[in-house]
Ligand binder design. Structure first.
Ligand code: ZN
Length: 192
């Protein structure tokens, strides 16, 4: 969800099938297009700041299609423009706990360009991988050998309790087209 927006400036590796990924369940919530500013902290409002939309474009998303953490949607879906929010989400209801299954060994050829390993592939680097559904998944490089690169695709916030504060900028009903596409059209969304 939100953290993926941080990766817009990263480079892309070729599409491949990720063995494990956190997919949020679709909710039975109404389909609204919600635009909001948010601040994300570790544990509580006094915790370390992880991310914020302050000074940037607000976040726009379509509710009810599994784009966001369900508890995040639950807490903002009934708010009106101008209303503020502050709520916590336990790790298990957010990105879950880290698992060993999310440590994956990938063919090194996937990360070569003109026969050379891309310079971004270095121990400890965070690499955005694109999954089979076109979503970006951040991966940490754990090991590199002659034939493979081992990556940790646990979400960087796995195991972390989260706290969000912020304010609703705009709320509108989604169009039928947006609902059938599963994403927002227009400002803050797809332009097609
Ligand atoms: Zn569309």
């Amino acid at each position: 969800m939100i953290v993926i927006r941080l990766l817009n400036s990263f480079f892309l590796v070729p599409k491949f099938h990720l063995p494990l990924k956190k997919i949020f369940k679709k909710t039975d919530m109404s389909n609204k297009v919600i635009t909001l500013h948010y601040n994300l902290f570790k544990d509580n409002e006094a915790g370390e700041a992880i991310e914020s939309s302050t000074g940037k474009n607000p976040l726009t998303f379509l509710s009810g299609v599994g784009q966001m953490i369900p508890d995040f949607e639950n807490n903002v879906v009934n708010l009106k423009a101008g209303e503020s929010f502050s709520f916590g989400i336990a790790a298990l209801d957010a990105y879950g706990e880290p698992t060993d299954e999310a440590i994956v060994e990938l063919d090194i050829e996937m990360f070569k360009k003109d026969g050379e390993l891309m310079e971004e592939i270095a121990l400890g680097s965070m690499i955005p991988l694109q999954d089979q559904e076109g979503r970006m998944v951040p991966a940490k490089v754990l090991a590199i050998n002659e034939t493979s690169v081992t990556m940790d695709v646990n979400h960087p916030l796995a195991g972390q309790n989260l706290h969000f504060t912020g304010e609703i900028v705009e709320v509108r009903d989604a169009t039928d087209e947006e609902i059938s596409h599963g994403h927002v059209h227009g400002p803050g969304g797809h332009q097609h």
